[in-house]
Write a protein that binds this ligand. Sequence first.
Ligand code: ADP
Length: 634
Amino acid sequence: MTEKTSSPKAETREFQAEVAKLLDLVVHSLYSNREIFLRELISNASDACDKLRYAALTDSKLLDDKSGDFAIHIAVNKTGKTLTISDNGIGMNHDELIANLGTIAKSGTAEFLKAVGDSKKDVNLIGQFGVGFYSAFMVADRVEVVSRKAGDPKGWTWSSDGKGAFTVAEAPDAARGAHITLHMKKDAEEFLEPQRLHQIVKTYSDHIALPVILDPIADDPNKKDGEPKAETLNSASALWMRPKNDVTPEQYKEFYHHVGHAFDEPWHTLHYRAEGAIEYTALLFIPTQKPFDLFHPERKGHVKLYVNRVFISDQLEGLMPRYLRFVRGVVDSSDLPLNISREMLQNNPTLKKIQAGIAKRLLKDLKERAEKPEDYAAFWNAFGSVFKEGLYEEFERRDDLLELARFTSTAVDGLVSLKDYVGRMKEGQDAIYYITGESAAVLKNSPQVEGFLAKGIEVLLLTDPIDEFWVPTVGAYDKKSFKSVAEAGTDLSAIKGQDKKDDAKDEAPADEIKALVEKLKASLGEAVADVKVSHRLTGSPVCLVADTGGMSLHLARMLKQHGENPAGVIRKVLEINPKHPLIKRLGGVSGAALDDAAHLLLDQARIVEGEAVPDPAAFAKRLSAFLEKGLAKD
Ligand code: ADP
């Protein structure tokens, strides 16, 4: 955003590049659903009134007209072909107009726009992002916002044709709040018809807790006899306070769109009133799609807290557990104090109890829905990785969370529960085996898993970064400890698997193998923590594993990606397969040839792990030498 001209009265500025791109996308891709512009503007107006009502709790002067009667007005000018949406909410000052309507402050904007690319088709993606104010440009070729911030003496007019620039000028007589005038496009004049406005407000904004009033239309040619009357278009009562039976699924959905700034269908709706020691009403939604800021490091929740219908905050820490931060909706309680700061409220013991109550109800519902695995998979695939954060940090509900967690595994396609896993454990198996890494497909083929697959022992394939943290913290499920297959010293001999043949017969003689281990150790020196004989390998000659009790190789790699250097902590063990022909042959090799073979095997194991080879030139040289020898014999 650069400033082009500047005078005391008016200035012209360019939109931030991201806004220009978003505007273009919105105008072109949502064309078939243009009527939602009204919902977006009414939604903003309602939020603005909520904000002022809260601010006025501590500073009543902000309500300069002494009226706490908040309302949203829609005014039609048939002759001028304009539609004005006005509110008497918090308003915006000069700088806020520029910042809010000229830039996008949302984190992840650049990534989002990159994801949408130049395809103007992906309505869902844009919906996920939220179009908000800019949707006005779908129906208007010029938009003017006259606004005076509550408490300020004068207001400002923001004006733009949505094509790259906007102007801001003084508006000395502006009334408190925001007054948004749309100069309708020729093909959008249907939105000047009272019936059409009626229908749109009823469809999308009926749940708005403030009255949405259609002002009398002075120049309406269809006007009937008598005085034109203002008309309230919505029910104007807080939707969450209505009895469940009085709310239709459509109304729930529209309310979710409003509170969640979302476009998708809610995957789950939970509406209840808690009575007893602490009273509150909750109307909560689990989205279908991941909100775009789900993995933002702040891990903020977005459920709105109301105290007796007065909006307090939509980012109050302590209302929702962080592992449920994808939940959207409203909680309204009369048992919380109104006149204390948000910070004090955050630590209020009643709020903690409400949080516990909400979590309990949501988990109960999830348990029910988990009975239909396909349906539940949609939830799990979208939010499982966030949900698992709870395994790490929510001690009290750990058992419930473990029941609800799902995993990819080597045993079946689709998702499995820990209960499924335990039910399939082999005789003699006392641990839940898992491996961590980036991709389930790669993990399934990794050498560490080979021996488990050969024996028909199930291995959980954990691919979320959080898995590295919760598994060691939780330790066990149903008294069976979690054990990494990528850790040294795994002994599968006690487990009765499907592999019946006597493996030992195929192995090289024990003394020969022992001697080879010593030779390899001498040759590799500091490059490995140890060399061990393995019984987990079937098709591969070698693999790398973490030393018992050490950091997993995957975690070490993750830390490295984040600039940490765990080299000092991590100890890698090279395991060799005594049945593999290559290993058997090595028994008789010594000197430089053994040295080269040892390093090649180690580098090969590193490559399979997805690690970089520390000395690629030496690797290439050794490989060429071996290839040359091998080919020469043919
Ligand atoms: P969102 O509502 O998702 O934040 P918008 O583009 O719709 O995105 O609005 C951007 C910001 O502009 C809002 O967050 C709010 O701060 C401000 N805003 C929009 N409409 C109004 C209004 N009627 N009154 C006061 N502020 C508003």
